[in-house]
Ligand binder design. Sequence first.
Ligand code: PRP
Ligand code: GLN
Ligand code: SF4
Ligand code: MG
Length: 503
Amino acid sequence: MALPFSGYAPKDQSATGLTHECGVFGAIGSTEWPNNNSEIAQIICIGLEALQHRGQESCGVVTSEGDNDFHIYKGMGLVKNVFNRDNIQKLKGSLGIGHTRYATSAASAPVNCQPFVVHSMHGALAMAHNGELVNSSSLRKMVLDRGVGLSTHSDSEIITQALCLIPPEGEVNGPDWPARIRHLMQLAPLSYSLVLMLKDRIYAVRDPYGNRPLCLGKILSPDSNQRDLQPEGWLVSSESCAFLTITRYVREVLPGEIIEMTRQGVRTVDIVARPADKRLAFCIFEYVYFARPNSVFEGQEVYTVRSHCGRQLAIEHPVEADIVGSVPESGNAAAFGYSKESKIPMGELLTKNTYVGRTFIQPTNRLRQLNVALKFSPISTNVRNKRIILIDDSIVRGNTIGPIIKLLRRTGAKEVHIRVASPPLKYPCYMGINIPTREELIANDLDSKSLADKVGADSLEYLSVEGLVKAVQRNIAKGVDNGHCTACLTGEYPGGIPEELDW
Ligand SMILES: O=P(O)(O)OC[C@H]1O[C@H](OP(=O)(O)OP(=O)(O)O)[C@H](O)[C@@H]1O
Ligand SMILES: NC(=O)CC[C@H](N)C(=O)O
Ligand code: SF4
Ligand SMILES: [Mg+2]
């Protein structure tokens, strides 16, 4: 099966984990208009920093003062490196949108930085996208067939161009943006969470499968403690962790929902249905690994779900030991749950050096180990002479766990039992996550027993798919429609088998 637009960058053999998706953020003020200061841009930059874990390759902000002369600033790198007082001050306006990117389609290069801005016959349009279009090749062809030129290989640019198309039912009194968005949603089933900005409004859109997250927030007056006061503005964000102090979580954008945000407030314009035979497919890996632990999806905090995964893991795979610990950071909550359920005390086994990011050293085995040793240091008080249960949220290529076990053994661990708070990853994702090829996924090569032998663990066990789904669904209110994508674990793709979807 050919992957669209893959292979731009050489494979990073020293990589660990799943590479993240993107973060989108939008803000609109409801007080003074036009507002020619840069407070909205500052709120967006703070929001993007809180979403930085979702993408670190590039970022950008586009603002509007209520007209079609958008202010745009984008660049490669982290939010704190791209934005400074000078360039933020130029981003004046009463509304704006922002993006932080991890590339899935098209290279990680300045030309593909988002938000994308196009000038349609009805004014400027800015767009930021989290996700990946499963049928981007046929959509690209459709757009090109209409005589439109594209300037990048990005699937997100196709979205902006498709929005410039007049919908099939035509337009009578100027542009009908909701109809254009509906048309796009019919053309592109998944996956996307979008923020679109016109001169005086923002649209927040989530695909009908609800594959990628998106939620609404509001801006409160900093001087007021009264929560029911009229908000000073509205926000939209990939995750609720981006709402801080003067901003507050309101609710999730529903699967298929189109929300219009104006100076007057927010309203649902439409909810586009998915095909009757298809289930909701919110990405289960948001719970396992991607999202910040304090984010809220489907009415539950991610931390709680992760700790239930740990509890379930203890039920499915108990083992006698002296101490339970985690591979920081995203294994922490599951270790807490495992410890609670097993009644084996929890302790810090490894401390993580926060300043070590991705390293670009040669990926030989020796250097990979050095890399892990630089990232994690064992705490010998908790490790020496102990029978250890070490919890990680996921094993992807298997680059992390082996060198960590060696470190623990060298520090005097008596036994090391690995427990993984998600099932074996076996299939690629085509919905906005860069999962390595099947060959690179260690679970396709080795079962848990062989992997334990290879990495030098006394035992190694994964959470079952049923156990993960149970942990995710246990606190979702009864009667609330929900459904989760588990395609990378089961090979069951929410929109159908890949070939049907033009993959
Ligand atoms: O099997 P591998 O390919 O080595 O990848 C698995 C590891 O990668 C991720 O951690 P990462 O260090 O990326 O981030 P974290 O700090 O959020 O846990 C994940 O939590 C695992 O620990
Ligand atoms: N990770 C993402 O959500 C990426 C969005 C889009 N597909 C891009 O590559 O820019
Ligand atoms: S395939 Fe896996 S990573 Fe991709 S959307 Fe589905 S659950 Fe998420
Ligand atoms: Mg980790």
